[in-house]
Design a protein around this ligand. Sequence first.
Ligand code: TH1
Length: 831
Amino acid sequence: VEASIPEPQREAWTKNQFDGFKNKDEFEKEVVRHVETTLARSMFNCDDVAAYSATALAFRDRLIKDWNKTQQRQTFTDSKRIYYLSLEFLMGRALDNAMLNVKGKDIAKSALDELGFRIEDIIGQENDAALGNGGLGRLAACFLDSMASLNYPAWGYGLRYRYGIFKQEIIDGYQVEVPDYWLDFNPWEFPRHDVTVDIQFYGHVRKSQDANGKTVANWEGGETVTAVAYDMPIPGYDTPSTNNLRLWSSKAASGEFDFQKFNSGEYESSVADQQRAETISAVLYPNDNLDRGKELRLKQQYFWVAASLYDIVRRFKKSKRAWREFPDQVAIQLNDTHPTLAVVELQRILIDKEGLEWDEAWAIVTATFGYTNHTVLPEALEKWPVGLFQHLLPRHLQIIYDINLFFLQSVEKRFPDDRDMLSRVSIIEESQPKMVRMAYLAIVGSHKVNGVAELHSDLIQTTIFKDFVKIYGADKFTNVTNGITPRRWLHQANPRLSELIASKTGGYDYLKDLTTLNKLEQYVDDKAFRKEWAEIKYANKVRLAKYIKSTLDITVNPAALFDVQVKRIHEYKRQQLNIFGVIYRYLQIKEMSAEERKKQAPRVSIFGGKAAPGYWMAKQIIHLINNVGSVVNKDPDVGDLLKVIFLEDYNVSKAEIIIPASDLSEHISTAGTEASGTSNMKFVLNGGLIIGTCDGANIEITREIGQENIFLFGTLSEDVEDLRHNHTYGKHAVDSGLQKVFDAITSGKFGDANDFGALVSAVRDHGDYYLVSDDFQSYIDTQKMVDEEYKNQEEWVSKCIRSVARMGFFSSDRCINEYAEEIWNIEPLAV
Ligand code: TH1
């Protein structure tokens, strides 16, 4: 709809622009106005929640001004945009981030103080936007921050789940899931009730002839669900650029519900349609690194992808450019295979709706898409039964068959002697039932495929996608090592460290060019600097100790070594190796004399993370950790020497407290299984050391910071296959130290031994797929080295400072610039 104000009236608009607040007094005025009008409260009725809401609304007003200008400018300059399609955006809290990015936190702090509130309490009122599972969703959030901060014209597209990732409660040592209803009051979103798209499901395809005698496919019948857009402003750091995250919400098409049915008394069935439609965007699937193949998940994927593409195409068509210019205006990045249907949907739009020839359309499609792979775990690679496709998306299945046909024909031409090749690379797996291999479809439909760390990118090229490297050549495959935003993960989470760094590196510009951190290295021997550094770490540990006291009523000594493993619970991430190591330590302490105990370095082992609700083994691991904690923490022989903590409901805002307080963090996946990991980067950036395997980004972290500054152990990825083979076909004796741990568990020391039988026998009797026994001794030895080195605090602090100084590479800004240059071919828009 064209609804622009005619020229003569525009002056009245221009002179009445809302300019946001510029100082404390103006900000106070905004807060009071929002409390009294938007929220209909008063100074006699204003609690922390109301103060948070008003503060957030004041910042939102400010952001939306910048958002409008950014969007107008992007439209006016008609510049190429990048669209980041992700089923997950793990944003965390928005207020603190918004305040820091627009440099308004000092104003807000003093204003709130005058109005009678502490800014920390106000920030703490906000619910996390938890629309993601773990690393993949948080990566998308860091990317949005970097794209805005670097002034790239970029939109994120996702689903507006009514329920984000569940909240975790620990009851009697077991995980209990509680729904995360987070939308009660969300000041950060703008419903766009005028931006809707009708999405079709089911039905059938009818072929007909058009006026020129050309056969056209008509997708008819079935049902329609409406997608409604909700926009969230994404502010860049220290720039007016404010990008958009558009999340789609599902509702019944044609209004509320069927009044015919309602009037004739069929109340239930009249609301049933409405509920069925709303179910599509109701919940985030809580599986990390696992594909469960549920129909509703496929519906979510198509709903979100179809709405997003409709939106993107509608925007492109306004420019009246020729279709072949589409890839000059639009780059679309597929965050894993979840949005792969976008490839098929764009082809469908171009051939069925816009009347392009297949080849011309396909050239546009492949020039538009890039695909990022995040995992090699076979259970995480998406496959959908052909029958389900046929039922839900009949036209898309036909197009997939055609894509596959043309692809296989070209393969056959190039490799006429390799008959096996065709069945190996076919997008359709000839199994019972037949399956659509989404990763293959994503590769065939994209011009670039990237992994997320060097080892991982090498692995996908030599294992799961080997044939495709042969077919397309190595140039189609590349690596973009993951990164993290230093704004949230240093400046926001660790303000004192950020301030200290700024004082030595020439101000906060290091937040825009993280390689500036290298200036810190010259202060490694500066006594005063080291002292301040150590004091900040200690203060962060005190803060976490207080949090532990207040939530678990356990007292931990802030002078002890804080050893942290927080991430999703998964067998491949090997929290079981960690807790077995903790048990081993406990048994050793029990055997020590009083004299020996005095020499032992005190430790706090801190765990946190959610298990997918259906992942039984992961839940056993949580249970074991909690049971070990309840034995160890009250054992008078142990005292301060060992405490075992499981922090409930690990999420983004808790990570912001935990990560700055770590001395040592654990990134101990079986080599070759963790594609990258990103918390490893966050921990080192906050002045903690790592114990880890040669896996994912640990390898590049080692290269950057120096191998003398990281505790590496364990099997190398090239040896994993042979070891697994030996477990299955040769002799496999459990490591003797680990055997003692198993004996303790089976003796019932940590509660009913039967509860943990599966954890033990996975290693002892069932092939030890994750190589826990193989790596156990080297893990224990390395932990012993950690104990020794921690005693020399001077040396330890030096290692931390040097490591931070060398972490510049891991900014998500570097990462986004690589995507922009190598995959998206897009330039920042000058502001
Ligand atoms: C994670 C990877 O496990 C992790 O190593 C990586 O750092 C992160 O992505 C970001 O690149 C993945 N998360 C998921 C989630 C789902 C499916 C696959 C992966 S891979 C649902």
